[in-house]
Design a protein. Sequence first.
Length: 247
Amino acid sequence: MKLTANTIFIPGATSGIGLGLALRFHRAGNTVIIGGRRQALLEQIARENPGIHTVVIDTADASSITSTAADVQKRFPQTNVVITVAGIMLPENLNTADFLATAESTVHTNLLGPIRLIAAFTEFLAGQDEATIMTVSSGLAFVPLPFTPTYSATKAAIHSFTQSLRVQLAATSIQVIELVPPAVQTALMGQEESANAMPLNDFLTEVMAILEAQPEADEILVENVNFLRFAEARGSHDEVLSLLSGH
């Protein structure tokens, strides 16, 4: 993936990693369109960052994805990068059925949302000379956090789906990249001040450096996520799972 002269659509980019990537790509010389549910927040971000474009989208709503994708493709016909960053992370207690509503919401947002976005953009992106679909999974795709079981499961599914997507699109102009974050200091699970999470700016700086140094990379792995990503290969999966379980 080239780092400049792209037109990049990032739904779910009103905070955290999504907004951070949007601003980094904007400063690098790309046209950036961010999407989110709250019009007022989008307008605020646009005022504070002249040149950033915004659209309203609810990535948990299939009709919103379809209509907004059509709007983006019409208004920004040079769009050649889509980053499916939107997601939620909520705790669940699996001892009773009460977790089910949270699980269903998580699947709609974290799994069906990215799949629907990809479905809405793949044929369009295949018409561009150089295009990229970047999915966002998690280190928890490889070792789950038992406190957030459905979140971890959706991220494992995103990893698997991304691998298949890469194979099926190999003959097209679309590069498929998977961004695999560790715990990062964002509002996700209230980790803004967590000592166990990577500072957001450090994460973004490392991600951009990897993209620059390895433009053909399939996975973007900062150093902090490797203990999760390679736990199975290193024979440390059970140990890491126990650590994540608080044991």
